[in-house]
Ligand binder design. Structure first.
Ligand SMILES: Cc1ncc(COP(=O)(O)O)c(C=O)c1O
Length: 404
């Protein structure tokens, strides 16, 4: 198994660290860290209205990052990419802009999955409180996949938005979104199809054209860039019609004392001083992924780790519940476990004493956690820098815990 740890300084600086919390936020390669430093030392200046060389150099890097992101998700054009701060911000911006543009009005219905991260629940709940939309939850089946019977039942004429995660951050299920799209396509008035790809994009290719989604959001700190940059993707013709719910300096064409005009795309949704060093960090994170062999490497490495973890886990099946789909093809490397007689916080505290970082509680998916596993879980999430030795250390600690 290839050693990817050497690319990540955090492991040289913390030699005992076993990092299994990448689904909360991924570690950063030295390549990204060094480039951000180099950028700040050599090229940094605010962009857009500076005609001097430094500003133009920064602008070029910013545009390069946009082009790279557009290629990465197979968008038609870079103007379909707007940078936000993160996925939560992107979803809030989208929801409130849909309301402001009257594309979502009283009694319109939004459908989400019961397993959604709160970032794809609360923005709609706010609109429920404020403009009286309805929010309904599509259930999962016994295998933690979309319950398509339930989906079809709830998909009535009032539904204007279907907003689903691509991958559950609790179970690791890769939801069958192509099938969702097939169903939506057949409707006379197709609702808008929104995807939260925050736990997908770091594992496999997300192709917005193949998915035929209208909007897609994700966050970059989970894919090895720095925190504080996210993406709102939208089809160009839809973004043109959408009015941002708030505005400021870069999102206008002109301002008078009593009126203003929205800017063209993509500036319309980037109303602030842009997150320049973060944009550089994501450009470099994507270059890093390419340099190690792209998604193929990420996926093969992860699959090998998943198979190894599962083999080891067999011994514990009667003591520990694993909350995830049985079908190997439809999941990625996260293990939400529940030791039946224990508080999951105690499990994560115990792991922490062994330098193993895992995450306990509801994983910001409370509607799901109260409905299905019924309590908290302890989440072990894998990424490119993990290896079999990390998994061995985890199971040695687990044995010690269970033998207490
Ligand atoms: C599925 C999903 N959506 C959205 C988010 C929110 O991401 P951010 O905090 O970067 O906005 C997360 C974070 O864990 C997530 O797992």
């Amino acid at each position: 198994m290839q050693n990817f740890k050497k690319y990540f300084p955090i492991f040289a600086n913390n030699p005992w660290l076993v990092f299994f919390d990448s689904w909360a936020s991924a570690q950063k390669p030295g390549y990204v860290i060094d480039w951000v430093k180099q950028y700040l030392e050599n090229d940094y200046a605010n962009i857009h209205r500076g005609s001097y060389d430094l500003s133009e150099r920064s602008e070029l890097l910013y545009e390069d990052s946009k082009k790279k992101v557009a290629d990465f998700i197979n968008a038609n054009s870079r103007v379909e990419i707007s940078y936000t701060y993160n996925a939560t911000y992107a979803m809030n911006l989208l929801a409130t802009s849909l309301a402001r543009s009257k594309q979502l009005v009283k009694w319109d219905k939004v459908l989400v999955l019961i397993s959604e991260h709160h970032a794809n629940v609360v923005p709609w709940l706010i609109l429920k409180e404020e403009i009286w939309i309805e929010l309904d939850f599509v259930m999962l089946d016994d295998n933690y996949e979309i319950d398509f019977e339930d989906f079809k039942k709830k998909l009535d004429d009032k539904v204007k938005i279907v907003s689903f995660a691509y991958v559950s951050n609790v179970t690791g299920t890769i939801f069958d979104l192509p099938k969702v799209n097939e169903i939506l396509k057949k409707m006379k008035n197709r609702p808008l199809f929104v995807i939260d790809a925050s736990q997908a994009i770091q594992h496999f290719k997300v192709d917005v054209q193949a998915l035929d989604c209208d909007y897609l959001v994700f966050t970059w700190h989970k894919i090895m860039a720095e925190w504080w940059i996210g993406v709102l993707y939208g089809k160009k013709e839809l973004l043109k019609e959408l009015r941002p719910s708030f505005s400021g300096w870069w999102s206008i064409n002109w301002v008078k004392k009593d009126s203003f005009q929205d800017a063209w795309l993509p500036s319309k949704f980037e109303m602030w001083t842009p997150n320049l060093n973060w944009a550089v960090s994501l450009l470099k994170a994507l270059e890093f992924i390419e340099s190690i062999g792209g998604y193929e490497t990420l996926t093969n490495h992860e699959n090998e780790l998943v198979a190894y973890f599962l083999e080891k886990f067999k011994k514990y099946e009667d003591k520990i519940e694993l909350i995830w789909p049985k079908d190997e093809k439809n999941r990625v490397g996260v293990f939400s476990i529940k030791i039946k007689w224990m508080n999951q916080w105690d499990v994560s505290d115990f792991m922490s004493e062994h330098n193993i970082c895992v995450r306990a509680w509801h994983h910001c998916a409370e509607p799901f956690m109260t409905e299905y596993p019924k309590t908290a879980t302890c989440r072990v999430s894998l990424y490119i820098y993990n290896d079999k030795e990390d998994i061995d250390k985890f199971f040695i600690a687990l044995d010690e815990l269970l033998n207490r």
